[in-house]
Design a protein around this ligand. Structure first.
Ligand code: ZN
Ligand code: ZN
Length: 191
């Protein structure tokens, strides 16, 4: 495997591990690692701002959809004709969400995407993403693609095509090299 590809895969695996282990979103685990001059200069995860209640403290995802922690369910959203579907997870009661978009709508208002978190952290110190590579577990959405263009990254490497990942063409048109690299879930050297 050529050197560039080996490093791309290494940083993307790193992003994937960060996401799987540390994202606190009940729906999707996303991470963005920005690498410049062979150094990681910023790491962002999807989630609420620090100090705010995490998504996975409110929502739980199961095969049949999302559940919401009982204390956060407002009375008017409970259908009195139908008994609420409940489950107990680690001693906490969760109620099945009737609306399949309940997490999606809540997330849009409360959770910051991984790319924005990574770029935002750079804005808080003296480093910048000019010419860097952004390694993202999921292809960036439109808003994050615009932010990556504005931050002047040179390359974006992603593992999974995200259903709202419509920013890829936009980034390519702006001169960013976009690489799709599906990951094998193993860290064996494939040289
Ligand atoms: Zn979430
Ligand atoms: Zn996004």
């Amino acid at each position: 495997m050529e050197k560039q590809r080996l490093w791309d895969e290494t940083w993307l695996q790193f992003a994937d591990m960060m996401a799987e282990r540390h994202s606190k979103c009940a729906s999707k685990s996303v991470a963005c690692v920005i690498v410049k001059d062979e150094k990681p200069i910023s790491i962002g995860l999807n989630g609420t701002p620090s100090g705010h209640t995490n998504c996975n403290e409110i929502f739980l995802k199961r095969d049949d959809g999302f559940y919401k922690r009982a204390e956060y369910v407002r009375d008017e959203t409970i259908d009195l004709m139908e008994p609420a579907v409940q489950l107990v997870h680690e001693g906490v009661t969760f109620v099945k969400c009737h609306d399949p978009y309940e997490h999606h709508n809540w997330s849009k208002q409360h959770e910051i995407h991984a790319e924005i978190n990574a770029i935002g952290k750079l804005a808080a110190d003296s480093t910048n993403a000019f010419g860097a590579t952004a390694y993202v577990t999921h292809s960036p959405c439109h808003a994050c693609s615009l932010a990556l263009i504005a931050s002047r990254v040179a390359r974006v490497v992603y593992a999974v095509g995200y259903e709202h990942g419509d920013g890829l063409d936009l980034m390519r048109e702006s001169g960013i090299e976009v690489v799709h690299m599906p990951l094998e879930k193993s860290y064996k050297n494939t040289l």
